[in-house]
Design a binder for this molecule. Structure first.
Ligand code: AMP
Length: 286
């Protein structure tokens, strides 16, 4: 029987109990509106040997800037619970806003350096909101393996950094991006797309695919690789925030000839902002 809880104390106690029985806890933090990308993380937790898989659903207001989509972010709790039950998740923690941030809350967890560029530059304060809520989730879970998607590549690296820097008893694991058959990376925000926008959104997958092919054929020049993505994305999207080749460790941009890198992109189609990336030499063809 899957447990569902809404209070931090209940959640912590359930994780504690699972560990007390000798179980290993696998944690999957999400904002809900679950899709196959989220579910792949829960599956990975189980496959890696978690005896107790806990999935959290919380649309974290701290990581949305004024004017972003906090109010219209999709909330589909009943369907999410059904999907978790079907998958064999052990516990869903779905706190209300006040359960996470009771009156008087005034702490922020901030990672420096790796948070400054790319998403950090275009969404000021976003990662502070992410690390604050994830630090709380980690504190409430206790010792665990925590699963993050490489769809949010920079976020994964930042959370890993935070866990290491703060000596948190959490092993952070980054899992590959799950895509639709046509290459579109799954995202809760894909629900916002009209059919025309969804078609245009495929420019990202096409661009990443041609960069992948060029990499396989031996192209190593950062500008050449970025250009292949831009060529596909520019005509299809309304605005590009960035297309960048970055170090997978520091997320700093790299240029010239490179022997490793992640191609990252953020762009707007209509009112929807999409992000995607390709870890060259590591990820499969989008
Ligand atoms: P979100 O609900 O968007 O905050 O995402 C929760 C977790 O699911 C994050 O670790 C995301 O990186 C991950 N995730 C979202 N979309 C995908 C995807 N298409 N493939 C793999 N992981 C994903």
């Amino acid at each position: 029987m899957m447990e569902v809880c809404h209070e931090r104390a209940e959640f912590s106690a359930a994780c504690e109990r699972a560990r007390g029985e000798g179980g290993r806890v696998g944690l999957v933090p999400t904002m809900g509106a679950l899709h196959a990308g989220h579910l792949s993380l829960a599956r990975a937790a189980r496959r890696d040997g978690a005896d107790f898989v806990a999935l959290t659903i919380f649309v974290n207001p701290l990581q949305f800037a004024p004017g972003e989509d906090l109010d219209r972010y999709p909330r589909t709790l009943e369907a999410d619970l059904d999907a978790c039950r079907e998958l064999g998740v052990d516990l869903v923690f779905a706190p209300a806003r006040d359960a996470m941030y009771p009156a008087g809350f005034q702490t922020e967890v901030r990672v420096t350096g790796i948070t400054r560029q790319l998403e950090g530059e275009h969404r000021p304060g976003h990662f502070d909101g992410v690390t604050t809520v994830v630090a709380k989730l980690f504190a409430n879970t206790g010792r665990c393996h925590a699963y993050f998607g490489r769809k949010d590549f920079q976020q994964w690296r930042i959370v890993e950094r935070m866990a290491r820097d703060l000596d948190l008893p959490v092993d952070v694991v980054g899992m590959p991006i799950v895509r639709e058959a046509d290459g579109l990376a799954l995202s809760s925000r894909n629900r916002y797309l009209s059919s025309d926008e969804r078609e245009r959104a495929l420019g990202i997958a096409r661009g990443l695919r041609s960069a992948h092919d060029a990499w396989q054929a031996g192209t190593r020049h950062a500008d050449a690789l970025s250009k292949l993505v831009r060529q596909e994305v520019e005509p299809a999207f309304d605005r590009i925030d960035y297309v960048a080749l970055a170090s997978p460790d520091t997320l700093e941009r790299v240029d010239g000839e490179v022997n490793e890198g992640v191609l990252l992109i953020a762009a707007h189609v209509g009112k929807t902002r999409l992000i995607d990336n390709l870890w060259l030499g590591v990820d499969t063809r989008p």
